[in-house]
Ligand binder design. Structure first.
Ligand code: GLA
Length: 385
């Protein structure tokens, strides 16, 4: 996060709210390297934070009002009474900050109002966790301003509860854990059951690699029912197998388990169990100092998401295909799917050619132009001014 970004948000706050904020906080978006649709199955994931972040200038208020303004919004300031916050009563982007304040109060924490000014560089609807970034920025700011002393995993749980119960999106905990707990230069090995994390060094540039984010610009909406249906299918399968969660099904028992399940649940379970194993293999390869060996795991993971979990779409499939054909070591969709972004691990010298090849393939297929960003493993949520 550059000092210029922080100064711009401070200045925006002065213009909108008058006077200075008590501080400026930032929380990043993320890409997930591997471990997709495993978090709500109590499984494993390996996300890393992006340099793109939600930056928030905040000043505590004593009159119980929450006044929200966004540089990406419609220019209006939304004013809410903290005591009146309730799920379903808040619309648009303001559900996320309002939801966090509501979720903190649900925990019995004595938090009140604030003036907030947001400026976020995380693209929305791109599968890069713009909503988690915003929630986590509010959570860390409130933690400090109201002296709550919550741990990283507790802040992530509050943010997830806001998204589940207030915004009505039945997501798992990965995005919020990534936004709070990631550190620069590392991927985060996450156990979604215990919320234990391990920082895994990820030196891409030192190995002559780059990680591209190819945003297909196909916008998804996790609240639209498909995500909830997949989640319910996994829970049904775990119930039928007599397990607390699919995380508890060891790979060696997969073939025997699959014959006991109805046909519609077989591919879901196969994806979740093989994907958890791919996370472990990815962590081993990073520990062995061969990040380039992640490539084949990424492509294998994409095939599983496309053929078994069925959350890819024509645009993400084409981005993966074109990237690999142009020299990427591996590529896969990242995040919930149904559009959003693809990550591609590429030798540094091939990065421009891979970006161009995907753009050309989209043009030839009649798709709109993708946006190409670079993912650099960055810091998690923190105070920046
Ligand atoms: C979305 C959700 C996450 C996770 C991913 C899929 O990003 O918010 O909790 O389930 O999809 O891995």
């Amino acid at each position: 996060m550059t000092p210029a970004a922080s100064a711009a948000v401070h200045e925006g706050f002065r213009r909108i709210h008058g006077g200075d904020p008590d501080g400026v906080w930032a929380a990043p978006g993320r890409v997930n390297l591997i471990g997709e649709h495993t978090d709500y199955n109590d499984g494993f994931a390996l996300p890393m934070a992006l340099p793109q972040a939600a930056v928030l200038a905040v000043r505590r208020r004593t009159d119980g009002l929450l006044r929200l303004h966004s540089a990406q919004g419609d220019g209006l300031t939304t004013e809410l009474r903290v005591a009146d916050l309730a799920p379903g009563r808040t619309a648009g982007w303001t559900r996320y900050p309002a939801g966090v304040v509501w979720a903190l109060r649900e925990r019995g924490l004595p938090v009140g109002g604030a003036d907030l000014h947001l400026d976020s560089s995380v693209p929305t609807g791109a599968g890069l966790s713009s909503s988690a970034a915003l929630e986590c920025a509010v959570a860390v700011a409130y933690d400090e301003l109201y002296g709550l002393g919550l741990s990283g995993p507790e802040l992530a749980r509050v943010a997830q509860h806001a998204e589940n119960a207030y915004a009505g999106v039945p997501c798992g905990v990965m995005d919020q854990m990534a936004s709070v707990c990631c550190t620069g230069g590392h991927a985060l090995h996450l156990d979604s059951r215990s919320l234990e994390v391990r920082q895994v060094p990820l030196d891409l540039t030192g190995h002559g690699l780059r990680l591209l984010v190819l945003d297909t610009r196909v916008r998804h909406d996790l609240a639209d029912g498909a995500y909830a249906a997949l989640r319910a299918g996994c829970e049904r399968a775990a119930g039928l197998l007599g397990l607390p969660a699919l995380r508890d099904l060891p790979g060696a028992e997969l073939p025997a388990a699959l014959v006991r399940l109805p046909a519609d649940l077989v591919p879901l379970v196969r994806h979740v169990v093989t994907e958890n194993a791919r996370v472990e293999r990815a962590v081993e390869r990073l520990a062995a100092g061969v990040p380039e060996a992640l490539g084949p795991l990424l492509t294998e993971g994409h095939a599983s998401l496309r053929d078994d979990y069925r959350v890819s779409c024509a645009e993400t499939d084409l981005a993966v295909e074109a990237a690999v054909a142009a020299g990427a070591l591996g590529a896969r969709m990242t995040g919930g799917g149904f559009g959003g972004s693809v990550i591609a691990l590429v030798p540094a010298g091939e990065a421009a050619a891979v970006g161009r090849a995907v753009t050309d393939a989209f043009a030839a297929a009649g798709f709109g132009a993708p946006a190409v960003l670079e993912a650099v493993p960055s810091a998690g949520a923190r105070r920046i001014a």
